[in-house]
Design a protein around this ligand. Sequence first.
Ligand SMILES: [Zn+2]
Length: 281
Amino acid sequence: MTDSFYFDNTGGVVTLRCRALDSAGFGRHCFTTRIGGISTGHLAYTNLSFSREDKNTVYENYRRVFDAVGIKPTAVLSNQQHTDIVAQVTEPESSENFTPVETADAGTGLRFFVSRTAADGLVTDRSGICLVTFVADCVPIIIADPVRRAAACVHSGWRSTALGIGDAAVRKMQACFGSRPEDLIAAVGPCIGPCCYEVGSDVYDAFAARSELMRGFFAPAHGGKYMLDMGAANRFVLISAGLRPENIHVSGQCTCHNSELYYSHRATKGKRGNMAAMIQI
Ligand SMILES: [Zn+2]
C-alpha cells in the first residue's frame, strides 16, 4: 500500500483513509473494510447494503462507521447501474430525485436517502450531506475540491471505467461548483488488483474504444484473457480529466487478495456484503 493511505481503528471499526484528503480539510471520509460491524455469516461484519440483509443490522453498521469517522450526516446513497451518470445532491428531503430509506431507529437522527434513478456517482457542496457509494471489487473513488469546498463519491466498475465516470464526475464538479481540475484531490480506494482481475476481450475492446492508450492497462494472460489494472485505468481517466498526477492517490490494495479484510465479489463468487466509500464535507 502506498503511504498516502493508512488504516484507522476507532472503536474496533477499521477504515482506510487518505492523508491527502485529511490534509486538505476533508478528514470526514473513509473506505470501509469488513471489520467493526455486527453482520454475520458471509456478510460478516460490516455490510452496508440495505438490500442484502435486515435493515436494523445495516443501520447499526452505519452508526458504528459514522461514529468512527466522526460524522453525523444525512446520508445519500448511489443507485448503481454501471453507468457514467453522476448526480448532484442538494436537499434530498425536498427533491424528487431522492427517496428516503426506511430505518427502524430514527432516534439517533441519522437519515438515509437513495437516488431514485441510476447514479454511479454523487457530488455535493452541502456540509450536512454524506455521499456513499458501494463496492466489492469495483473501484471506489473520492474526489475533493479544497477551493470550492465540494466533493464527489464514485463507483467505477469496468463498464463505468470504460465510460470514463471519473471524467464525468470532474465535469459535474466543474458544472455545479466551478471546480478547476487542477485543484482536485482524488483517492482511489481498494479494488480488485491486476494480480487477480482476469477479463476477456469484451472488456479489452470496451477500454480500447475509449482510448488506444487504455490498452496499456491490460497484460496478456492464459487462453486469450487479460489481467486488468483497474486502479491505474481510473488514475488515467482522472489525469485525462485534468487532475494533476501528484493529486491522485491510488491505494494499491487488492480486495480479492485480502478477502478477510475486504468483501470481494470474485473471491466469494458473489456471496458477500458491500463496503462503502463515503465523504462528508
Ligand atoms: Zn490480487
